[in-house]
Design a protein around this ligand. Structure first.
Ligand SMILES: [Cu+2]
Length: 218
């Protein structure tokens, strides 16, 4: 049932992209006489039509009751990966931290808290949040609990997504991307700026949904 509705959302996304591509082919660029004198017309060459192809990897997103509430699909494109996320329900209203975590193990009853078994952010470069390969734009939950997000990513490779045994995690709270200016002082150390925990996680709180990233069709 959920899968079916989810498919519909996916197709909606697909036809939007198709419409955009058609628009471009039909010559929607402004006619040359409209360019301002002395201003070079800029070529826009970004092509994110990968969603017309088959995904290379997918994650079925479950909540803590292990019900599938959404799906994340990854498509290979020329310079990276296109991520398409659709949740049918279960996303609290507002922004949520949304990341690729390092271990493809989603256990709602994990000893250290729901989905703690997925580990930290996927971070092969050993950098701070928000420079992790697994960092993604925040997911916005609508008032009806649904959410939809498409984003181009080039810090993670198709190979890592297909063979990395990784997981997508949706957090309960918004992500601060470790953007804590120095005028904020850490209560424990008296140091300015973000503390270690913030530099690791972005402080988006508990994990409310998890999905193991599997090669498409697996
Ligand atoms: Cu996370």
């Amino acid at each position: 049932m959920i899968m079916k509705e989810d498919e519909t959302m996916f197709k909606k996304g697909k036809s939007l992209i198709a419409a955009a591509v058609l628009g471009a082919a039909a010559g929607c660029a402004p006619p040359e006489e409209e360019s301002m004198p002395g201003q070079e017309a800029e070529e826009v060459s970004s092509d994110h039509s990968a969603m017309q192809d088959s995904p290379i990897a997918e994650a079925g997103m479950v909540n803590t009751e292990e019900t599938e509430i959404g799906r994340v699909r990854f498509y290979e494109e020329k310079d990276g990966v296109l991520m398409q996320t659709s949740f049918e329900k279960g996303v609290p209203e507002g922004f949520h931290g949304f990341h690729i975590h390092e271990t493809g193990l989603c256990e709602p009853n994990a000893a250290d808290g729901p989905f703690a078994t997925a580990g930290g952010h996927f971070n092969p470069g050993g950098t701070s949040h928000s420079s992790h390969a697994g960092d993604m734009p925040s997911l916005f939950g609508m008032t009806d609990g649904s959410a939809y997000l498409v984003s181009a990513l080039d810090r993670i490779t198709p190979e890592q997504l297909v063979n990395g045994n990784l997981a997508v995690i949706l957090h309960d709270g918004p992500n601060n991307f470790a953007n804590i200016p120095d005028r904020y002082i850490q209560s424990e150390t008296g140091e300015p700026g973000p503390d270690e925990q913030t530099l690791m996680t972005g402080d988006s709180g508990s994990r409310i949904s998890c999905g193991v990233i599997k090669p498409a069709g697996a």
